[in-house]
Design a protein around this ligand. Structure first.
Ligand code: HAM
Length: 438
């Protein structure tokens, strides 16, 4: 029977079994970010629509087609965040961070929302880990960002990643480059897809981002695509070369991709992405770049910045497909009780749970049912509160892996059980079966 309610199109439920890998990945990422000296910032899930329209760019797909825009009951024009950068920069200005220290290293993680066409690796609610280094125009900031970007993937077991890079220059050189692109495409204008024809008017660079096979064939036919790197000015070129030299020094593998333009409009100079072909059409695992005009665009003092976001859903999809084992939660204890000791078991469970993983039967079922549940629970130790033993101040403990059994005194029980769980199971056979009622 189809349930009456289903998760909205493009959204997913992550169940406890799926979340082990996510939580592990988030913990690894947090460790890397702390070691790089980044501080966490949490901003609202929704902001003024205008904030995103101004920063992502009126002509970007994100603003044109993908925004979850709504009016609240106070008739405010709001939108669910389609990315973190705009909200983080709004907070940077509103909270006066620029007046405290010159350079800020900030990270965030959580859900973002884009109304795209759902497919493998593309969801309407997805998660990002987002990092920003605000306040420095130096190429060293770009190098730190790209190094951190790669180190996050490496902490998850990705190896031999190649970062693709381009320089998208500054608004003036971009305008000049846009004219070159228009001139280059002019002889074939009529044969371009409608989407690309429109992009050519509003934001010609975005034409390079087309996925339309007809457009791609046309580019091939025209040959010699004009390169942004040939259009940038001297200062941009010096910055670009210093970034490449820095990446060489750190040992980051990169390739220059002259067609890399990024989907958001705020980028200046360095733009970068990392891809994994196993994801098919939605192959970008993450991306970012420099955005030296963004804070001024929001009405703040001219402040440079560089950052990136990693798409966690896509990274987790790749790890899952590669069979990277999800970490196993620590094995714990199953606490079994008799009718007379059930209340005592509840109190003991509460005490043990201050240190250890403990499961017990909340329904106070018979001993047989508890033994079955213990076998299924994945617990390593079975702790039995037999009526007589409990009266003597003892419990019976069975190692479900080896079958060995011992009687332990009530005082100091948590410490002894903790030590048993920390030991590797003894090699003798036995297992959980055949446990007798003590
Ligand atoms: P972005 O390239 O738009 O950059 O998104 C970053 C990553 O989010 C993508 O590479 C991809 O892995 C993931 N992603 C994007 N859309 C979807 C989707 N519909 N479903 C699943 N994953 C998706 C930004 O968001 C910039 N704010 C990054 C940045 C920070 N630039 C400077 N600072």
């Amino acid at each position: 029977m189809t349930p009456r309610f289903q998760a909205p199109r493009g959204t997913r439920d992550l169940l406890p079994g799926d979340l082990g890998r996510w939580q592990w990945a988030e913990a690894q990422a947090r460790g890397v970010l702390e070691r790089y000296g980044y501080g966490e910032i949490r901003t609202p899930l929704f902001e003024d629509f205008e904030l995103f329209a101004r920063t992502s760019g009126e002509s970007s797909d994100v603003v044109q087609k993908e925004m979850y825009r709504f009016k609240d009951l106070g008739d405010r024009d709001l939108a669910l965040r389609p990315e973190f950068t705009a909200g983080v920069m709004r907070a940077y200005l509103e909270r006066g961070l620029g007046g405290r220290t010159r350079i800020h290293r900030l990270w965030s993680a959580g859900p973002v929302f884009r109304y795209g066409r759902p497919q493998k690796g593309r969801y309407r609610q997805f998660s990002q880990i987002n990092c920003e280094l605000v306040g420095s125009p130096a190429p060293g900031a770009d190098v730190e960002m790209i190094t951190l970007f790669v180190d996050l993937y490496e902490a998850w077991g990705f190896r031999d990643l190649t970062v693709v890079l381009n320089s998208v220059g500054q608004p003036a050189s971009r305008r000049a480059y846009g004219e070159r692109l228009r001139a280059w495409l002019a002889p074939a204008h009529e044969r371009l897809s409608a989407d690309s024809q429109q992009r050519l008017v509003v934001n010609p660079l975005r034409v390079l981002d087309t996925k339309d096979p007809g457009d791609l064939a046309l580019f091939h036919e025209l040959g010699d695509v004009p390169r942004m790197l040939d259009a940038i000015d001297e200062a941009d070129r010096a910055h670009w070369e210093a970034v490449l030299a820095g990446l060489d020094a750190v040992g980051i593998r990169y390739e220059v991709d002259h067609g890399l333009v990024r989907g958001l409009d705020y980028y200046t100079r360095t733009a970068f992405e990392v891809h994994d072909r196993s994801l098919g059409a939605q192959s970008a695992l993450g991306g970012g770049g420099r955005y030296d005009g963004l804070i001024a665009e929001l009405g703040g003092p001219p402040t440079p910045g560089v950052g990136f976001a990693i798409g966690l859903d896509r990274a987790m999809l790749v790890l899952e497909e590669r069979g990277t084992a999800a970490p196993v939660p620590p094995a714990g204890i199953y606490l079994a009780a008799m009718e007379a000791t059930h209340a005592a078991a509840l109190a003991l469970a509460r005490e043990l749970r201050r240190q250890l993983v403990v499961e017990l039967d909340v329904e106070a079922r018979g001993f047989g049912a508890q033994m079955k549940a213990a076998g299924k629970s994945g617990a390593r130790l079975l702790v039995i509160l037999g009526e007589e033993e409990w009266k003597r101040g003892e419990v019976v403990v069975k190692d479900l892996a080896s079958g060995t059994q011992e009687t332990l005194a009530r005082p100091g029980l948590a410490e002894v059980l903790g030590a048993r769980l920390a030991q590797a199971p003894p090699p003798t056979g036995g297992g959980a079966k055949g446990t007798e009622k003590p």
